[in-house]
Design a protein around this ligand. Structure first.
Ligand code: WNU
Length: 152
């Protein structure tokens, strides 16, 4: 059996390797690890659905996901990118206080995501100015990409 401490050390060093969190102080990162949930997905499963409300932020610990979006002139949501280990998603709904703006579909069996809820996300981002600025800019850029792509 794996102890809680072993689990926490594993996630701690993994999160250290995520570029977004590289500069986060030790105690902040440790807090996030304590509050993390891990969710498991199989290929084809929806992790996020466009238009739904959402209160969580995800970091991919294993596997791959597709980002798709409803687009003018197409009946099916269009694939816009794939994300893999160390990538994250779900920040936009939290930052813009809006519904989910794209679908996230699992693209590999046994995909594992670390899930941070809104309160912990706000704690992580809120107390860390540069991270906040970075994510806000990124979210604005995503909205511009959506417009260019004629997302619905
Ligand atoms: C895109 N347009 C939109 C991605 C992940 C993290 C960052 C890009 Cl910092 P949400 C759906 C999620 C959304 C984003 C993610 O999908 N997403 C995009 C786009 O071009 N969303 N609207 N590319 S991957 C990605 C930058 O995380 O957050 O809560 O749910 O709206």
């Amino acid at each position: 059996m794996r102890t809680t401490q072993a689990r926490n050390e594993e996630y701690f060093s993994f999160l250290r390797s995520v570029s977004l969190l590289q500069e986060l102080p030790e105690e902040k990162l440790a807090r996030i690890v304590d509050c993390l949930e891990v969710d498991y997905f199989e290929k084809g499963e929806y992790i996020i659905r466009e238009g739904e409300e959402g209160d969580t932020f995800f970091i991919i610990a294993k596997g791959e996901v597709l980002v798709t979006q409803s687009t003018e002139g197409f009946t099916e949501p269009q694939e816009i990118k794939t994300l893999g280990v160390g990538d994250y998603f779900g920040e936009k709904a939290l930052i813009s206080e809006d519904v989910r703006s794209a679908n996230i579909v699992c693209n590999e069996n046994d995909t594992q995501c670390l899930v941070v809820d809104r309160d912990n996300f706000n704690q992580m981002v809120g107390t860390y100015e540069e991270l906040q600025v970075y994510l806000k800019e990124y979210v604005k850029e995503l909205s511009r990409c959506d417009e260019r792509r004629n997302a619905l």
